[in-house]
Design a protein around this ligand. Structure first.
Ligand SMILES: [Zn+2]
Length: 238
């Protein structure tokens, strides 16, 4: 994935030259804004000197990096109590998701979550980080951050599930079509579409394809495809 980079103001992070082994957690945040972009945030942290930062900002279109992975961003520290035994700024990467607000509640656009899943998966692979080391800011300090994943535990579970699920290149429509097709069963030879008709007629004629006692073929579409491929290969003769 494409990641834009714009260095944060030097007052917002700690230059650290961390090695791969020192990066052990990924911490998810939300910007608590309504209508911001990843680029807005990168610009803000370059312009302002506010002793706070995050490594990445994600919206539905872009990912902007503001602090190098090897440097320490100030994103999950507290002067209060830590509720996570190990995760700290020094051993983590902070990822901010741009939020939106509706009816007084923050939410993430689905495209923003999609991009965050991809970024987190990339970083997990790069640093050998296990899924249980991907945490919310909430898990570290009990701050209500990221609110959409704290107030809705199911949304967080879904995000976590997507970090390890098998990805394939099929679109939702293609998957739907495949499921529809797999349900298609041709009951009679007459119902078989043109592309499979000659094969079915041949197999019935030869007596190789017989229906149940009422004469119904009950031929699933996947089976028909295999028969047609075999027929084209000459397996069933003329
Ligand atoms: Zn946070």
């Amino acid at each position: 994935m494409e990641i834009h980079f714009q260095q944060a103001n030097a007052g917002n992070y700690l230059a650290a030259s961390r090695g791969k082994a020192q990066i052990d957690y990924l911490v998810i945040h939300f910007t608590a804004n309504d209508g911001d972009t990843a680029k807005n945030n990168a610009d803000y942290f370059t312009r302002e000197n506010i002793s706070t930062s995050a490594h990445y900002f994600v919206d539905e279109n872009e990912v902007w990096q503001s602090v190098r992975d090897a440097d320490i961003a100030w994103h999950c520290g507290t002067k209060g109590t830590y509720f996570h035994p190990y995760c700290r700024n020094a051993n983590s990467i902070g990822i901010e998701l741009c939020s939106r607000m509706q009816d007084g509640k923050y939410y993430f656009r689905s495209g923003t979550v999609d991009q965050a899943v991809q970024l987190v998966r990339t970083l997990m692979a790069r640093y050998g980080i296990a899924p249980d080391h991907v945490v919310r800011h909430y898990d570290v300090t009990h701050k209500n951050c990221p609110a959409p994943f704290v107030e809705n535990a199911a949304a967080w579970q879904d995000f976590k599930r997507r970090l390890t699920e098998e990805v394939d290149d099929m679109t939702a429509d293609e998957v739907k079509q495949l499921i529809e097709q797999s349900k298609t069963v041709y009951t009679t030879a007459a119902a078989v579409p043109d592309w499979g008709r000659a094969t079915v007629d041949k197999l019935v004629r030869k007596g190789w394809l017989q229906g149940e006692e009422k004469g119904n073929l009950n031929l699933p579409e996947e089976m028909l495809r295999v028969l047609v491929i075999n027929d084209r290969a000459g397996i069933y003769g003329d």
